[in-house]
Write a protein that binds this ligand. Sequence first.
Ligand SMILES: CCCCCCC/C=C/C(=O)SCCNC(=O)CCNC(=O)[C@H](O)C(C)(C)COP(=O)(O)OP(=O)(O)OC[C@H]1O[C@@H](n2cnc3c(N)ncnc32)[C@H](O)[C@@H]1OP(=O)(O)O
Length: 305
Amino acid sequence: MALASGVRFPARALLRPWSLLRDTTLGRSEPAAGGGGGGDGARLFGSQRVLVEPDAASGVAVMKFRNPPVNSLSLELLTELVISLEKVENDKTFRGVILTSACPRVFSAGLDLTELCGRNPAHYTEYWKAVQELWLRTYLSSLVLVAAINGACPAGGCIIALACDCRVLADNPKYHIGLNETLLGITTPFWLKDTYVNTIGHRASEQALQLGSLFPPSEALQVGLVDQVVPEDQVLSTALSEMARWLAVPDHARQLTKTMMRKATADRLLRQRDADIQNFVSFICRDSIQKSLQVYLEKLRQRKG
Ligand SMILES: CCCCCCC/C=C/C(=O)SCCNC(=O)CCNC(=O)[C@H](O)C(C)(C)COP(=O)(O)OP(=O)(O)OC[C@H]1O[C@@H](n2cnc3c(N)ncnc32)[C@H](O)[C@@H]1OP(=O)(O)O
């Protein structure tokens, strides 16, 4: 699978990349974006953990994460997301994608902590490459990406949302969004910090990153982390209206402008991807970091209700 930024996929994906995209959505598709039929289109794009509901008429695909219970970003989900996005991007029918969750109450719980605990350096290397790849693929996408955030959106979930062009958040006080890495005893890599700064500014990022702040909807709107907060049942329709606004602009001009705005940030990572991986692997392998993550994961498992 030729991917621009060179992520290594699991062996079965390399041998038969589309094995990850076999249709598992038959009979389960909901109506597609813009009221069109998802039927045959859904068969083209669906995968086990990523449902894609394409609407060729509007040129918009709704991509839903389905990795229950909390859409944690496992290696498999990261891989399927990258492949699904690439597939939609390569189909010139599509000009926009709405990213949302098929799991109730959670957009994404962020990186899968079981991928970060008790594994070996080769696994961490593969995993971090996949994280980088998803970020590059979304951040530099020529498509319009709108996040319809219909649930909690911490850490890696927020990172996906930040890579989109526009964010619509459901107005539920439990749906917090932000980068809370410090509360897990880990730090945000420079390229995610840069994305935060680009979105909410330096001072707000400095404060929010150090405190590991997770913002409820009203505060997320105030700080500029999301563009709209709407009642939960209007998240998708609002995301579609936003999409229409962005698609009203000629593609070439919008794309050139997006590249102009984002290239420097992405280039900083592209110039030092290998060093960033080594940095991550040596950091995550430290005993103290492993301990912090295990304590956090244990607390999560014990915290019920
Ligand atoms: C250089 C160092 C590394 C830099 C990395 C920088 C970038 C990003 C980092 C990250 O993304 S780290 C992950 C941070 N994520 C979180 O802190 C979120 C943790 N989860 C929650 O707060 C809640 O689960 C939720 C998302 C608000 C949902 O709450 P809900 O009450 O609906 O579900 P729970 O009962 O809490 O969870 C159900 C089930 O899922 C497990 N789980 C939750 N989050 C994760 C996760 N991120 N990874 C793996 N597993 C997770 C949780 O333990 C429960 O499991 P069981 O007890 O049912 O087995």
